[in-house]
Design a protein around this ligand. Structure first.
Ligand SMILES: Nc1ncnc2c1ncn2[C@@H]1O[C@H](COP(=O)(O)OP(=O)(O)OP(=O)(O)O)[C@@H](O)[C@H]1O
Length: 959
């Protein structure tokens, strides 16, 4: 702060202006700086005022007393006007809410779809809008039915017109009400068009987000907006901001469950909710979510939504005690289209989807019906849709239903159903049970409220005009009487008067009692900033005291949950549906009808990283400069920077997936295919033969870990004490593992270096016979990852070590077997036991140090990449292997073989151990396809079919 009083005052306006510019980022600093300025101001001014020059000019300033009575009077008037405007703002809000309440908690609009270019216009005589409130439905040549709604949009209505009706609800959300806007109607009638729109004409969702930001910016409160997107597909909640599995190895996203939070109302556990600082950020998330929506081509619509898509915007404001709630939300819902199965000719999955949509729409109808009849029990719990919308459909919220109808005659039945449904919903607020008198009274009351609103608006305009005039007057007076420094001070007062015209009466009251009430209103710290800076721990009436520790800076606030699952009670029938049950239905379906577009082939990692990078790259899109998107968990309110959260959350995510029930999916490029639930312990009783013992060694920590060893008969020889639990290692480098997992499909068979083993499966095999192995020219042996095993015995050790024995039949009916213990480790050591030998430790004592691994790495010929291998003559004999050296290979198809392992993600590596020249004459002689055929046959022979694998699993192996 300036120490020289003259300079301080001279620069005051400039300083404050610049401070205002950065207010959003450095609120506490801003408050402190402004307080300092103000603290110094009176003494500076008074010291200046007491100068002899001032006395000569007759300017007798005595602690805030204006030298000119006119100026003093004007200032008083300005203060009174400012206060008046604040009161008018409050009144306007109250009247608007009363009006909306009278209009109804649910307002219903009807939109008639225009005829498509390919459609026969002869059919378009069915529904038409007679005026802005009525739809006439032609039932027969001389019979018609009329329905009235709050507004009817004819086929030529623009997206602008539709949105103009939606906009008032946004104001209510900022005022502290929950809201829900949903598009309802028959399939193919334009719900998605209305909600999503096109690039040329944006729909309700992008417009609402934009308006929300604009109105929040106009307000003098700080709002924090977070974005979430879910869909209800086949009765299950899916987070659309989390990618869906596209590979068998991808972790399945958890089923989301719904709970009731006493403070926040209905909450979805573990829903990704991302704070957005501007419209562009939210739009990018919205687009991302749209990519993951379940859509499919149907008889009625080539891009039919097969789910209910729900966007949630949560708005939090800490410094507006007059708001009903600290956090409000608005749901924007594109409901799945109601459809008649006979007409849509749906079968298979399409049929299931249609049924699920119809069922939840029916549940929605029941809820609306119960609300209409004011029943004591409203059956919210009958569907996920109504559970989620529970606190946005009731009395204390604003709901808009946009019912969509087709203009076609052939859709008469569906149109009638839709219009009847909408009329039923509309009657909640119009109150069919009300007598005509009551309705008339309501109409009168609404007209009165509209008049009052107009009056308030007029008064506000007058007051603002008066303030402008007074300011001009003050300016003129000041010019004649005040020095330039004083002029600046008076300008500031004017600004204050203008700025304050939106301040609420509650704030005024609070400010009057505040210690800094002598300072201009806009310079005072907000409730939120006081809390953050620890200046204020008081609570407003009836409000919960804020814990400054719990609070994070406003610009970093996000109100919801990050993606990891807190508890895995996915089988809770009341609140959630288990993953098994989620996909049970799917598993029984033929793959032929599996055409639903679930997601693009983008991993969660890719999506999140891509998005954040995009965020960082894009300049100037955020009104609050660069704010990394952050996540917060509900409840504890912990806020962490994205950089740290991102990793820790993915860590948790992986860990949780390891613990979840095993569901595996198969993938066909961009389409998700059937998920295959696997029985848990079916393989656990498999015969244990020889065991390769793995040792775990943390890559960086180099903590040596003792591992179990086994004898020939497969009995564990040694269960030496481990230095740390094996499970610790499993999650040691999750991000890397995840990344490699996603990258895995992109890579094919190449040597993986020991220092980079995450997410790769490497197997040590004792005997590699022709056709099942390949060697590099350094004598390393690599197992072709797509090689097939005629038999796999797979079982798990209690301590998390996964053991597996592999057997393969060859041309000469030679059978070999080897047993491996696979462990989820960053870096493994192992020894091998085979049928004919004792335990063979790689480094003599069964342990392998990191240095050895590094050494091995150096020995691995780097030029042996995929291309090299492809260019090799596959039939050429490989040079002999060097004994005792390590090689690695990456498994891809084999991963599928381990799908029944509860630690399938744990199977990360093993090493290929060359076993002498005799056995090291292997070559890559058998074609891939042959191996795959053998593999599939072998699996069939093993009875994997009985374990829950279906045809599609085997089909995928054959691909
Ligand atoms: N008002 C409109 N103006 C122009 N085209 C429209 C309009 N309404 C719908 N359409 C077009 O009609 C087709 C079907 O619309 P849309 O996919 O939005 O239907 P829907 O009700 O969402 O269907 P579903 O329930 O099957 O998802 C789209 O091609 C869309 O562009």
């Amino acid at each position: 702060m300036a120490t020289d009083p003259r300079r301080s005052v001279r620069n005051l306006a400039e300083t404050i202006h610049s401070l205002l510019g950065v207010k959003a980022h450095v609120t506490s600093t801003w408050v402190k700086s402004v307080c300092d300025i103000i603290k110094n101001l009176p003494s500076e001014v008074s010291s200046k005022r007491s100068t002899p020059e001032d006395s000569k000019r007759g300017l007798l300033y005595n602690h805030g007393v204006d030298p000119d009575p006119d100026i003093s009077k004007i200032r008083d008037e300005l203060a009174a006007l400012t206060s008046h405007i604040n009161q008018l703002n409050i009144q306007r809000r109250q009247v608007l809410n009363e009006f909306l309440d009278l209009k109804g908690n649910i307002r219903v609009f009807c939109r008639i779809r225009p005829m498509g270019t390919m459609e026969n216009f002869e059919d378009s005589r069915l529904a038409f809008a007679s005026d802005s409130n009525k739809v006439i439905l032609k039932l027969a040549s001389n019979k018609s039915k009329s329905y009235s709604f709050d507004k009817v949009f004819h086929p030529g209505s623009s997206q602008d017109e539709v949105f103009s009706e939606v906009e008032p609800v946004i104001k209510s959300v900022l005022d502290g009400y929950n809201a829900c806007i949903f598009a309802y109607g028959q399939t193919g009638t334009g719900k998605t068009f209305t909600m999503e729109g096109t690039s040329d004409s944006r729909g309700v969702v992008p417009r609402t987000i934009k308006a929300l930001f604009e109105q929040a910016a106009d307000s003098n409160h700080a709002f924090f907006i977070s974005f979430s997107m879910v869909e209800i597909y086949l009765g299950n909640l899916k987070d659309l901001l989390v990618s869906q599995p596209t590979k068998p190895t991808d972790p399945m996203p958890p089923c989301l469950s719904i709970r009731t939070d006493p403070k926040r109302g209905i909450e979805i556990d573990n829903l990704v909710s991302i704070q957005v600082n501007d419209f562009n950020q939210a739009l990018r998330l919205y687009r991302l979510g749209c990519r993951y929506r379940s859509t499919a081509s149907t008889y009625s619509n080539i891009t039919s939504s097969r789910s209910h898509c729900m966007i949630r915007l949560s708005i939090t404001c800490f410094d507006a005690p007059e708001r009903q709630r600290e956090t409000t939300k608005i749901w924007l819902v594109d409901l799945g289209g109601s459809e008649r199965v006979l007409k849509t000719k749906a079968s298979g999955r399409r049929l299931d989807e249609g049924k699920a949509i119809n069922m939840s729409l029916s549940a929605l109808g029941d809820v609306i019906n119960a609300l209409q009849r004011k029943k004591r029990h409203v059956p919210y719990r009958n569907s996920k849709l109504t559970q989620v919308l529970k606190d946005s459909l009731g009395e204390d919220s604003k709901t808009l239903m946009l019912v969509h109808v087709s203009p076609k005659e052939e859709d008469l039945c569906e149109t009638l159903c839709s219009l009847n449904f909408a009329t039923r919903a509309k009657s909640i607020h119009l109150g069919n049970e009300d007598s005509t008198e009551v309705r008339e009274e309501k109409q009168v009351a609404m007209v009165n409220l509209q008049q009052r609103m107009k009056k308030i608006e007029d008064e506000r305009l007058f007051a603002i005009r008066d303030i402008t005039k007074l300011n001009e007057k003050l300016e003129n007076l000041s010019r004649t009487t005040l020095s330039s420094e004083e002029l600046q001070a008076s300008y500031l007062l004017m600004e204050e008067a203008q700025l304050n015209h939106k301040v609420t009466i509650n704030n005024i009251g609070a400010a009057a009692t505040a210690p800094s009430s002598g300072i201009p209103r806009f310079m005072r710290p907000t409730v939120s900033s006081r809390r953050k800076t620890g200046l204020d721990h008081r609570t407003s009436e009836g409000r919960i005291q804020f814990n400054t520790k719990r609070r994070k800076p406003p610009s970093h606030h996000a109100e919801s949950v990050n993606f990891p699952v807190k508890n895995n009670s996915v089988c809770n029938t009341e609140h959630s549906i288990s993953r098994n049950s989620c996909f049970e239905g799917l598993n029984t379906k033929s793959i032929a009808d599996n055409e639903t577009e679930y997601s693009q082939d983008t991993s969660e990692y890719d999506v999140k990283m891509g998005f954040f990078q995009e965020q960082e790259k894009e300049p100037g899109t955020s009104c609050q400069s660069v704010h990394p998107i952050e996540f917060e968990k509900h409840g504890n309110g912990n806020t962490e920077k994205l950089s740290s959260i991102k990793f820790s959350k993915v860590d948790t995510w992986l860990r949780l997936h390891k613990n979840e029930p095993r569901i595996n999916g198969d993938t066909h490029t961009s389409k998700r295919v059937l998920a295959i639930p696997l029985p848990g312990n079916k393989l656990a009783s498999e015969e244990r033969s020889k065991v390769v013992i793995l040792r775990d060694e943390k890559r960086h920590g180099l903590t040596k870990q003792r591992i179990p060893r086994a004898d020939k008969s497969g009995k564990l020889l040694d269960m030496r004490e481990t230095e740390r639990p094996i499970s610790e290692v499993v999650i040691d480098k999750p991000m890397k593992m995840l990344k490699d997992l996603f990258d895995e499909e992109l890579r094919s068979d190449y040597i993986n270096l020991p220092h980079n083993p995450y997410g790769q499966i490497m197997i040590q095999k004792e005997d590699l016979v022709d056709g099942s192995s390949m060697e590099d020219n350094e004598g390393w042996t690599f197992l072709n990852h797509d090689v097939c095993y005629s038999r796999i015995n797979h079982y798990n050790e209690e301590n998390g070590v996964t053991a597996m024995s592999l057997m393969q039949e060859e041309k000469d009916v030679t059978q070999w077997s080897g047993t491996y213990v696979l462990k989820n480790t960053d870096c493994c050591e192992f020894s091998l036991v085979d049928a004919d030998s004792n335990v063979t430790d790689l480094s003599g004592d069964g342990e392998l140090s990191m240095s050895e691994l590094e050494y091995c790495h150096q020995e691995v010929p780097s030029e042996l990449d995929e291309e090299d291998r492809e260019s090799k003559d596959l039939n050429a004999p490989f040079p002999p292997l060097r004994k005792g050296r390590l090689g690695m290979l990456q498994l891809r198809s084999q991963r599928a073989l381990f799908m029944d392992s509860p630690k399938q993600n744990n199977i990360t590596m093993a090493f290929v151990l060359p076993q002498g020249d005799k056995q090291n004459t292997g070559r890559y002689a058998i074609l891939k396809q042959k191996f795959q055929t053998i593999c599939a046959s072998a699996l069939l022979g093993l009875g994997f079919y009985d374990l829950g694998f279906q045809h599609d699993f085997f089909d995928s192996l054959m691909l």
